[in-house]
Design a protein around this ligand. Structure first.
Ligand code: PLP
Length: 401
């Protein structure tokens, strides 16, 4: 009795599904380490003070209206976003060869970039790291690209499989697109060293591969916005072309505002202008134009030096709390005499630890300890607090002994 009677139940999203299961659990000790959202020591979501301030300034300004933004979004926001990732003194910006469009957070920026490449770039194969954020293959596949992987993580060392990465990129077809996590690789927390980045850069340029950076954690890895942008800046400093998708979800805590940007660094200003005109043709039939509120918050903060300064302090505090959680968890495992080498907990960087726990161990921890995480053993360090570290350490200890 429905024209949709044949529609089958779809599986829960593997990452967001963790929260669905968590919400159903009545246990008072339950702990959600599945989703990559920052929590305070008290386990609460955090709205940055500087964001509250910016919102108050916006509310007070009665000249502000709710008209549509242009297809490419807020002009100030776009300029400031390009400067944030490429550097205020970036020659590429000075030479007007960067086009930036406001998109729906990191995901929307990746999708718009992917569709642009599928329409206008001669190579339709994109190489993504194995493993990577679970949405990457779907975003790029639906954008019309053909998705392949390159080796990235070595379970034996719980570190980078640099040799595998180099071999795979070396045997990629000339011109192929390569997705790179700008910093704080998700889910592994493993980043190349700066020497390794330099070797990757040389290899990519020598084979004329096209780098597409996903920058979802700028400032979250080290606490410093410039340090976390070094990988991208190396690739722009050599004069070559690249794409960058930026998200303000984590570093400004604007998750639900869906604010991000896609920048395409082009060979010259002429090309950049034409590329922008085609980006508009990708965006217009997809969602017409982006939302105004989140981008206005970011714009208000980034164009004011004292608000920007405040932001960097709050951002550093979030990054520092995560780093402190890493040390507390490692200490707690040492105190319990948990077998195995757990030093990767403090070596890995960013929001996540790729624990090395397998799916049975994860299922055990969920069943017996009410701890929720993705089945690949990834835990969000941002969801942990001094109070909950002992519970997690008990669970890991029990799972591996
Ligand atoms: N890219 C990576 C690697 C991520 O981890 C995420 C979020 O978890 C995103 C992109 C996109 O996030 P958003 O669309 O919320 O900005």
């Amino acid at each position: 009795n429905s024209v949709f009677h044949h529609v089958v139940q779809a599986p829960e999203d593997p990452i967001l599904g963790v929260t669905v299961a968590y919400n159903k659990d009545p246990s008072p000790v339950k702990l959600n380490l599945g989703v990559g959202a920052y929590r305070t020591e008290e386990g609460k979501p955090l709205v940055l003070n500087v964001v509250r301030k910016a919102e108050q300034l916006l509310v007070k300004d009665s000249s502000r209206v709710k008209e549509y933004l242009p297809i490419v979004g807020l002009a100030d926001f776009n300029k400031l976003s390009a400067k944030l990732i490429l550097g205020a003194d970036s020659p590429a910006i000075r030479e007007n060869r960067v086009t930036t469009v406001q998109c729906l957070s990191g995901t929307g920026s990746l999708r718009v970039g992917g569709e642009f490449l599928a329409r206008h770039y001669h190579q339709h194969t994109i190489y993504i790291p194995a493993p990577t954020w679970g949405n990457h293959p779907k975003v790029f596949g639906l954008a019309g690209l053909s998705v392949k992987t390159y080796r990235y993580y070595d379970p034996a060392t719980r570190g980078l499989d640099f040799q595998g990465l180099v071999e795979d990129l070396r045997s990629a077809p000339s011109g192929a697109i390569v997705l790179l996590h700008a910093c704080a690789h998700n889910p592994t927390g493993v980043d190349p060293t700066s020497q390794q980045w330099e070797q990757i850069r040389q290899l990519i340029r020598s084979k004329a591969l096209l780098p597409f950076f996903d920058s979802a954690y700028q400032g979250f890895a080290t606490g410093n916005l410039d340090s976390d942008a070094q990988s991208v800046r190396m690739f722009v400093a050599d004069g070559g072309e690249c794409l960058v998708a930026q998200s303000y979800a984590k570093n400004m805590g604007l998750y639900g505002e869906r604010v991000g940007a896609l920048s395409i660094v082009c060979g010259n200003a002429d090309v950049a202008g034409r590329v922008e005109s085609q980006l508009k043709l990708v965006i217009r039939p997809m969602y017409s134009n982006p939302p105004i509120h989140g981008a206005s918050i970011v714009g208000t903060i980034l164009k004011d030096s004292s608000l920007s300064q405040e932001w960097t302090i709050e951002l550093k505090a979030m990054a520092d709390r995560i780093i402190s959680m890493r040390h507390q968890l490692l200490d707690a495992l040492h105190a319990r005499g948990t077998p195995g080498d757990w030093s990767h907990i403090i070596k890995q960087i960013g929001m996540f630890t790729f624990t090395g726990l397998n799916s049975e161990q994860v299922a055990f921890m969920t069943k017996e300890y009410h701890i929720y995480m993705t089945s690949d053993g990834r835990i969000s360090m941002a969801g942990l607090s001094t109070k909950t570290v002992p519970h997690l350490a008990d669970a890991i200890h029990a799972a591996v002994t």
